[in-house]
Design a protein around this ligand. Structure first.
Ligand code: MIC
Ligand code: SF4
Length: 649
């Protein structure tokens, strides 16, 4: 029986378990990446593990998120990451060198290897055939310490691409089509493997746009084959030594197959406030826009910005529009600067930002009140731009640049001028790794510098016999980690200060959540479907932990957030009967008795004291997860394992 690419890589990296979809297993992690907004926590946790040096083939620490330095906090975090990286054998990509996923693709990706990153868009590297997975900072720290990573073996869905994209239809439209069909929770427990004749016409940056935004499907990851197009990319990056071919067998087996005819796709947008709210540009019509933002780890490659520059060349941005552009890396910025494309972009009236996440994570450029913003990014969750009343539409660079000129959303196939993308592909990229600092040979002499804003991370305690508390918040479906732990220019500086950050927990939708937690010594969260979708930030578990939340009961959970809850010792439970969700009110008092036995069983009884009712919730924990929950989180469970203490008989 032929093998798909995913199972070929998993087979080589399997440490424990079997290659059976849905079953728990552990895999060896070859490489890791961190970025600064999750990195400080990850490195504090790594330091707590008492190792001398990372055990991976290569680990890289990037600084790309918390770039505004309006106080000392972000700069201090950068210094901490730089020094801790130097000490523990980690490469350090300086602020300004670019967005982690773009730089990783250019300089560190390796087909066939595994990558674990403390950022949900780590799957970007799937564009070159790497099995790249996003995870919480603690899991990445453990991978750096040499621990295998726990996964449920995914189902593999083949996305068969046939035909070829028409002019002005982009690879972004491919992933928007997948999101339209599969939705933001359709990918849970799955990997999307791209294949078919249509793959051959897509360049690595185009593929990486697709694997990047595959994160929005809730999938474990997405992956493309490593073929001749991949080889061209590695040659252009002067890294042919890192390239190897990786193709699915001709008779490879898949759990499902989706077919997409590229010829039939048209320019699309994801309308507010969800990446799966897909409409064609024509369906939305010519809405007037206030802002256009081009960049983010989804669409900030050299190829993307060259297309944008060709559209803007000799034209002006409409008077009602503010166009901002953030290149994905220093390599991209320098190449467009040297070949004149940047001059064309500047002449059009665009505002140039530094090579970083920027507006994508609300680090500046928040739209005005009720503003309409068109962005080439991957997420348009409520409030993420920093302006709650803003409407953010996600789209391709082609749609974004054309609309910036017209001042309203416009299908780029309908423009009344000619654009030529000929000659934008390069055989050689400009290589300069001088902003990547190598780790120290004499790590014992490196002093780790810790600023005053860096506070210890919270640790849970051993699981109590019974859990009793109030329902502090009851949410709807598809709650994102941006709802749970908002991130913007004001809050990101406190990513290494959970006590302060936690006071803003859920603040976009409920500004009294933290107060109620404090007044009631924590309690329960009740959520809907796909609770915790979006980012990998473990702060969305650590802040509730700090506020005393013991349990989250939801209709279903997103993969990374569920893992982060368990890592923190917060119990994620799933309604056995979804109708029971309707029978709970905010501030109802819930009780679970003998919870230690409960988490080992398939189901647990929850009593609602206010209503005199009870209902069942599903557990579904594997042995590893049970141990973590009993111990009060992953770090505690490791400590207990090492001390051979028996927690539960
Ligand atoms: C995001 O896109 O939401 C982030 C910011 O990159 C997060 C990481 C974080 O919250 O620091 C992610 O995607 O994991
Ligand atoms: Fe940065 Fe945005 Fe990419 Fe997250 S999605 S890594 S914030 S560019």
């Amino acid at each position: 029986m032929g093998k798909n690419i995913v199972y070929k890589i998993l087979e080589k990296h399997l440490v424990e378990g079997e290659l059976v979809a849905g079953s728990p297993a552990t895999i060896k992690i070859d490489r890791t990446l961190t970025q600064d907004s999750t990195g400080t926590m990850a490195y504090l946790q790594l330091e707590a593990m008492n190792i001398d040096k990372v055990k991976t083939k290569k680990s890289v620490a990037y600084v790309d998120h918390n770039m505004l330095q309006q106080g000392f906090e972000n700069a201090d975090d950068h210094k901490y990451i730089e020094t801790v990286a130097k000490k523990y054998g980690i490469y350090f990509s300086k602020p300004g060198n670019g967005i982690c996923h773009q730089v990783n693709l250019e300089r560190f990706s390796v087909p066939g290897d595994t990558l674990l990153g403390s950022d949900s868009h780590t799957p970007t590297a799937g564009g070159v055939g790497m099995l790249a997975i996003g995870a919480g900072g603690l899991d990445v720290a453990l991978a750096m310490a040499g621990e295998p990573y726990s996964i449920n073996i995914p189902r593999v869905t083949k996305v068969e691409l046939i035909g070829k994209l028409n002019p002005m239809v982009a690879s972004k439209d491919i992933i928007l089509e997948v999101l339209k069909r599969e939705t933001v929770k359709g990918g849970v427990g799955r990997v999307y493997e791209y294949g078919g004749i249509g793959v051959e016409s897509l360049s690595v940056p185009q593929r990486a746009t697709i694997t990047n935004m595959g994160a929005e499907l809730g999938a474990t990851t997405s992956i493309f084959p490593s073929d001749n197009k991949t080889k061209e990319f590695f040659k252009a990056q002067d890294r042919l030594d890192d390239w190897s071919e990786l193709l699915a067998d001709d008779d490879a087996v898949y759990d499902e197959i989706i077919k997409i005819d590229l010829d039939k796709l048209e320019p699309m947008v994801a309308a507010p406030h969800s990446p799966d709210n897909i409409k064609t540009c024509k369906e939305i019509g010519p809405i007037k826009i206030d802002q256009v933002a081009i960049g983010s780890c989804t669409n900030s490659s050299y190829e993307d910005l060259m297309k944008v520059s060709r559209i803007l060349k000799g034209r002006k941005v409409a008077q009602n529009v503010s166009l901002v552009i953030a290149p994905g890396s220093r390599q991209v910025m320098e190449m467009i600067a040297r070949n004149g494309a940047l001059a064309d972009i500047i002449a059009s009236g665009a505002r140039i930002l530094e090579n970083s996440c920027g507006p994508c994570i609300g680090m500046g450029q928040s739209p005005g009140t009720d503003g309409i913003s068109l962005r080439t990014f991957n997420r348009n969750f409520f409030g993420r731009s920093g302006t709650n009343s803003a409407s953010v539409y996600l789209t391709s660079p082609e749609v974004a640049a054309v609309s910036a000129i017209y001042g309203y959303l416009r299908d780029p196939r309908d423009i009344d001028f000619k654009v030529d993308f000929e000659g934008i592909y390069r055989e050689n990229f400009l290589i300069d790794d001088s902003m990547i600092i190598e780790p120290s040979e004499e790590s014992e002499n490196v002093e780790v510098v810790r600023g005053p804003n860096i506070k210890p991370f919270p640790l849970n305690t051993i699981l109590a016999k019974n859990i009793q508390g109030k329902v502090i918040i009851k949410t709807g479906d598809n709650i994102t980690t941006d709802h749970i732990m908002p991130s913007n220019a004001k809050l990101l500086p406190f990513r290494s200060n959970i006590p302060h950050l936690s006071t803003f927990c859920f603040s976009t939708i409920d500004d009294k959540f933290a107060d109620r937690c404090m007044a009631n010594s924590g309690g329960f969260i009740v959520g809907g479907d796909n609770y915790g979708q979006g980012s990998s930030r473990e702060h969305a578990a650590l802040a509730p932990l700090y506020l005393g939340i013991k349990t989250v009961i939801a209709k279903s959970f997103a993969r990374i957030h569920r893992a982060n809850l368990i890592n923190s010792g917060i119990i994620p439970l799933v309604f056995e009967n979804e109708k029971d969700y309707d029978l709970i009110n905010k501030m109802d008092e819930l009780v679970i008795t003998d919870v230690k036995s409960g988490i080992k069983a398939d189901r647990i009884l929850v009593n609602n004291i206010n209503r005199g009712t009870s209902f069942f919730v599903k557990t579904g924990f594997n042995d590893n997860e049970i141990n973590m929950l009993l111990a009060g989180g992953k770090l505690n469970s490791i400590k207990i394992k090492n001390s051979k203490e028996v927690l539960y008989v």
